[in-house]
Design a protein around this ligand. Sequence first.
Ligand SMILES: Cc1cc2nc3c(=O)[nH]c(=O)nc-3n(C[C@H](O)[C@H](O)[C@H](O)COP(=O)(O)OP(=O)(O)OC[C@H]3O[C@@H](n4cnc5c(N)ncnc54)[C@H](O)[C@@H]3O)c2cc1C
Length: 1184
Amino acid sequence: MGPPSRPRSRDSCGAGKRSVRGLSPNLDSRRSNRISASSNFAKPSSPIPGTSLGTPSDRKVKVKESLSASEDIAAEIVVWTGDIMNVDSPESSTPAPPEISNPPDVVVEDMQVEPVESPSSSPLSHPSPSPSIQASPSLSLEPSPSLPLEPSPSIPFEPSPSIPPDASSALPLDLPTPLPHDLPPPTLPSSPPAPASEVVISPFVDDDVAPKAESSSSSLSAVSDHSDLSPVLSSVSSKATTPVDNESFKEAMAPAVAQPASQVTDKPRRRYDVRPKVSIPPDLTLYEYATQCIAGAEASRLNPYALHPEEYSMLRDHISHTQVTTYLNIRNGILRLWVRNPQIAVTRDEAIGCAKDSRWFDVASLSFDWLVRRGYINFGCVEIRSSRKPVAENSPTERKQKTVVVIGAGMSGLGCARQLEGLFKQYSRRFREMGEEPPRVVVLEGRSRVGGRVYSRSFTTKPKEISPHFEGKRYTAEMGGMIITGFDRGNPINILLRGQLGLDYHKLNPDMTLYDSNGKPVDLERDQLVEKLYNDCLERVSEYKFQQPTSKLIEGNRDLIDEGRDSSAETHKTIRQAEEAAAAQPYAAPVSEQNMAPQVHLVPVSSDRATGKVHTEPGTPGAQKAAHRVKDIGWTLKHGVSDDADLEIEPLTKEPNATLGSVIDKIIPQYRDLVDFTAQDFRLMNWHVANLEYSNATNYNQLSLKGWDIDAGNEWEGAHTMVVGGYQSVPRGLALLPTPLNLKQKSPVQKITYSPENTGKATVECEDGYKVEADYVVNTIPLGVLKHGNVQFDPPLPSWKADAINRLGFGVLNKVILVYKEPFWDENRDIFGVLRIPSSRHSLEQKDYSSQRGRFFQWFNISKPSGLPVLLALMAGDAGYDTEQSCNDDLVAEATEVLRSVYGSRVPKQPVEAVVTRWASDKFARGSYSSAGPTMEADDYDTMARPIGNLYFAGEHTSGTHPATVHGAYLSGLRAASEVLDAMLGPIEIPTPLIIPKNHSSLKRKASGVNNKDSFEARLQQYEIDMWDHIVSLIDRRPLIPTKPASNAYIFFSKSNYDNARKKLEEGRRPGKGKPSANEVRVMSAKMWKETTEEEKRPFVEMVEEQKRAYAEKMTEWKKLAAEWDEKATELRLKYESEHPVPVANEQEGEGNKRRRGTGVESYAEPDEDEGIVDEEEDVIMEG
Ligand SMILES: Cc1cc2nc3c(=O)[nH]c(=O)nc-3n(C[C@H](O)[C@H](O)[C@H](O)COP(=O)(O)OP(=O)(O)OC[C@H]3O[C@@H](n4cnc5c(N)ncnc54)[C@H](O)[C@@H]3O)c2cc1C
């Protein structure tokens, strides 16, 4: 008996959309329709459709007060508070009385501030007296309006240029679809209308969730900036954040423990009643579809053209090298579905509908499992619908239920708990089959708020009038995590913030002015010269970095993937067999060394002024002699210094206890032997050092020479942004949406008893005596707290873990945040820097700069995101530690002095409100974020991530690819959730054979009408194929669209100047540095292009124009030929139909089947050279 059909709805797949190619019903329409509905882009009515949260205003009411605003304090001090409109005199030195809005609700947290240890005994350098922290009297439990979950109109919800606006949504679903651009119009008037839905959900397919019929707003463009950044993604794909070429291969998602991702199963094969291609929109060209799939992979940190190492280990026994292309097309197609609308989960059926041939259904299902489990899809505040079908099993009372306790409600803990909830829902059936209820998740948090180090603390000050764009938002100071370092290339915060929560954000203007210590702007040219020298210095020391191991690079066929085609070749050797056969050849490389990604060195090329992060590019570190290089970057060598002069770096790196700082401190004076280096140059150089210390939250003398930029190459792309109304909205969203997590606040954990062999339960004990028994514990307690040692582990953590805790660094960055009555600064700038003078004013000694360089060195104008005139100063490096012990008056006085040096007497004596953070004194953080401690080992971050029995670890300090960040913390939570699920359910099961061979005897036609090849459906399909073959035999295939030429003059320039660029690089090259790499040549060409005059550029510009003209001609010709072909094809089709009657359904085949008229004929698969068009095995059920 076939499964009962699901009730059919009009917007489900197969709604009568027809074309010669795209006749398949289309699951994708549920997603793409929403995307194209332009009315939805402006303001989706609900970020999570169908949730109990309902309308935005309902939602506000439902947001729990306890989550929204119980403001504990990250050791901050509110110095002067006062209503901005209620200040007698802004210059008054008397603190204005703070406005206490809701006295009965005031929660003043017991701060339990403890002294900070010096770096000799701990990574935090300066001893700190217990500061007398005053909690702000204005702390109040603000109600939910503080959770601005309404999608902001400012979010760019325009449809992607690659999707024709309203391409499908504007069409009634029971009318024929618009024609695919390269196909003749459908002319089958006799065919009955297709059913509204043709996906029949099988009871055998049910770990996943019901496809969602409800339409909701799109977030494709909301989660993608590619439209304005990179029109063609594919060819330049995956620079850094995908696992192609460097250490980013060691992706954040890979489980920390070497355990198989999958296992072969001999269980009966799943059965699917999904039709191939149902998730592929028929109204997109292959190229457009492929572009979206590639973008989907890139937006998910996966290489669209290559297997992730885990995919490789899952698939190497099951698919051949040539089949990798088809696998990647399916996987990228699933990711495309997800990024187009991350408000609802991708279902297994939708995923399977990305396969173009039913032989690949199990592969699609496997890929779906892997993507779900590893948190590449269906993560965050996503609605996941429970399985529809109940399972016959024991009565609920008899069922066990496991408990997972997550400690900590920061981004990692909330991310993990939310992900576990989602995974348990998606795999609920599996648990029930095991006789268990899906596990419960309990979050224990020490503070009285969520967010941890993402803390947007409400100002006491409020504006006189609320500007419309700030309505419903909170006026906050970002005490901790603040900047989102780009949404593109896979930042998961993009999905959460723009795709799901629809939060408003502010793009930071990257232009900044550096002011010298006398308040005058630094000459831009000098600034750039020194910056280049600083980068050269970092590049030279990057030679001593850890060499990251590379992984296998198993690639598909790029050209086919770019064109959206599958590979038709069907070699039968699996990847493993091919590798072993290759290894058996004489002198061949062993399997472990085959297909390895090339080793790529990343060298620093610039520094991000907003975050201090160093940007890298592939290259050869320190390739040129120093004198040659400094000349090249624009410095004049001192009299008598030859081009051959070089720096002595090697011995410095061999010194005992060498650190990044100890080496650079001794390199900088060496530059003075080559060029004239002034005191201002020293100040500039040290400003950059302070910036680097900001990104590492410690003095660079506390950074490992080998590991200080272990995360290099993993940066996102796109503008830096801040959340308007506070970044804390993101963790709040995670805690609340789609349904509130089971979260217990004010529950500081003091003891974790765990089972190292996973043979028993764990117990988590809180300071107040509260105890929870757990099957699994996920510990996200910050590294600083772990180092401090006041959380007890029973048994004590093994030495491999404890040693990594000791070796990694955990320093402090602090902030001084000042609210003014009105701005006196340049309101169009978001950032400015100030050079600080050393302890000895005109010193040319590097050591004299360290204590001062990070004091108020970087300022952010955060008026737009905070809603008030606010400046925020960073205290980095030594200054970060000093802040812990400095008194508030002194800090504010110093800040005012610095500001006055730049803005003069316009700066009031006192701000109206000031907030100082003291993260090292915060007992729930003990610092700001992790760093590469001096004795760090290459895999310490991975070691931090490794579970011990039933004790799992997450937190920014467990992410080697994105440490010290909000997104890294979040990704670590997804990783831990994946590990816990694997421990509960075991690895992903793989049926064998995974891909049913063509003509395999196990391919059994489904006995029921729809699946029987003798059925109406099959006859209809055969009819279409025969007709298609007939048409092609007479008029050949439709002409191919011409390839677009390069439209950039630089491309022609770089081609013709390749040799010149290489020669330039060879001049002054240090011995042993080899030939310049392709990337070095590229960088040099770019530099040469920059220096080329307009006159010199003209021939290349003309070449572009010539190419464009030729392309336009080809397009005109192509359009003509294509139109002619379409016309002929239509005629032939009609003629064929008149000569060969269209099959009609007999009575047994039923009405329903008649409606299935219109199965696709042209496959998206590349035609098999031998066999012509690929056979479409639609509706075939494969049984093991
Ligand atoms: C000043 C500052 C500026 C920053 N700037 C940026 C930035 O611009 N961009 C960026 O991406 N990142 C930034 N970061 C880093 C980012 O905020 C963190 O990496 C990230 O928030 C860490 O998340 P987490 O979940 O790992 O830890 P946390 O957020 O610290 O979460 C851990 C949770 O565990 C709780 N906890 C601790 N001990 C116990 C206990 N014993 N019992 C129960 N609960 C406990 C804590 O209260 C906390 O809620 C900044 C951080 C700071 C401090």
